[in-house]
Write a protein that binds this ligand. Structure first.
Ligand SMILES: *Cc1c(COP(=O)(O)O)cnc(C)c1O
Length: 379
């Protein structure tokens, strides 16, 4: 059996280990320290957002964003349905009520029309939504002009889940800078990783100070341990922040290689009818965290995305269906959904191809060959 090709595996640069060693040498083995501070200021520079709190995960960042926006029991939070469950779970941590919104076909992200419909519906019910969670799926920015306009018109803050989109831009502005709060993730499969980690970003300095406080058990100013609020243990380790600093040094190269993957697959499959890609609309720049294809089985003689996944799996190549929409998940089965069947169709016909920045041309050709082979008998 040939070596395993992973969907998206960690890819260390040359300096990460040095920073980790330095953390050991200086004994900064704690959820605070000079690397945490530097990682935060590096992230601020890259995204153009003034204040960043480095945290233990993207999920904890989303949780704190909801808390800081005052989301509490029975509040309505609108959330893109097509996403990873981590976007929605923190709504439940707050005992609030998620309402899921369909996607549109140009970015696969939250559909501004359905979003508006949901806002009006819940305002009509006397339950104005408390927040809108927008995701930059697979690195593709959402349609922020339209979404921000709605956010302003109805005065509902945006939480931007940019967990997959570090290095992406929208009309020249970095993903991670569009929400009242935005979040990033540095989990093992993301475009850069600290093994696990995340960040909360905002231009509101007081909010990020409060986030750091909540993330370290919400201690009051006192020599003893005194608390007037419920706190969390959500800070990032200084050791892991060292990895993050090294990873940020190579972010540009990582984006370049992920975008190369996309171009490689797109060229390779250009003459297979029924396979399509998510192109960048004018002004959108995706880090191409994952390259995804849609398989239209009406034009492939019945071959479906799942057939391709199984064929790849047989050759020791990992691929994966697109995110299963939240409104179709058993855990959210009692939840309202606004929209049509766009994200359901995407889920039914989509496939994420191996997309790591550490794949070489031999790996990519192996993936392409398996898929070509599958179509060989069709055309
Ligand atoms: C990975 C991811 C998260 C969660 O980040 P963690 O760091 O794993 O907690 C949230 N939202 C999306 C869209 C993600 O892909």
């Amino acid at each position: 059996m040939e070596n395993k090709i992973w969907l998206s595996s960690p890819h260390m640069g040359s300096n990460e280990l040095e920073y980790v060693k330095k953390a050991f040498e200086t004994n900064w083995i704690a959820p605070l320290g000079p690397f945490v501070d530097k990682f935060e200021s590096d992230l601020a520079k890259i995204t153009g957002v003034n204040n960043v709190a480095a945290l233990s995960s993207g999920t904890s960042a989303l949780h704190l964003a909801l808390i800081l926006l005052g989301v509490a029991e029975n509040d309505i939070v609108l959330c893109q349905s097509m996403t990873f469950s981590a976007s929605a779970n923190p709504i439940k941590y707050q005992k609030a009520t998620p309402v899921f919104i369909d996607s549109e076909y140009e970015t696969w992200n939250i559909c501004p029309k359905s979003l508006k419909e949901a806002i009006l519906k819940y305002i009509g019910l006397g339950k104005k939504p408390k927040a809108i969670i927008v995701v930059d799926l697979y690195g593709m920015p959402a349609k922020f002009n339209e979404i921000i306009e709605l956010s302003n018109e109805y005065q509902i803050p945006i939480i931007e889940d940019a967990a997959e989109a570090l290095g992406s831009t929208y009309f020249g502005k970095a993903c991670g800078s569009f929400g009242a709060f935005s979040i990033l993730s540095f989990n093992g499969n993301k475009i850069i990783t600290t093994s696990s980690g995340g960040a909360l970003l905002s231009n509101n300095e007081d909010s990020i100070k409060e986030a750091r406080n909540l993330a370290t058990q919400a201690r009051d100013h006192a020599p003893h341990y005194q608390h007037s609020k419920v706190g969390y243990n959500y800070r990032l380790s200084n050791v892991l922040a060292g990895i993050g600093i090294g990873q940020l040094e190579v972010l540009g190269e990582r984006v370049k290689m992920r975008r190369r993957n996309f171009e490689f697959y797109k060229n390779a499959f250009s003459n297979i009818p029924g396979i399509s890609f998510l192109d960048e609309p004018e002004g959108f720049y995706s880090n191409r965290w994952l390259t995804c294809i849609l398989v239209d089985s009406k034009n492939t003689n019945g071959i479906r995305s799942e057939d391709l996944r199984l064929a790849l799996d047989k050759e020791n190549i990992e691929s994966r269906p697109l995110w299963k929409p939240m409104h179709l998940q058993p855990v959210f089965s009692d939840t309202d959904f606004v929209g049509g069947d766009v994200c359901e169709q995407l889920f039914n016909n989509g496939l994420c191809l191996p997309s790591g920045s550490n794949l070489n041309e031999v790996d990519l050709k192996r993936v392409v060959r398996v898929i070509e082979q599958k179509f060989k008998y069709v055309y």
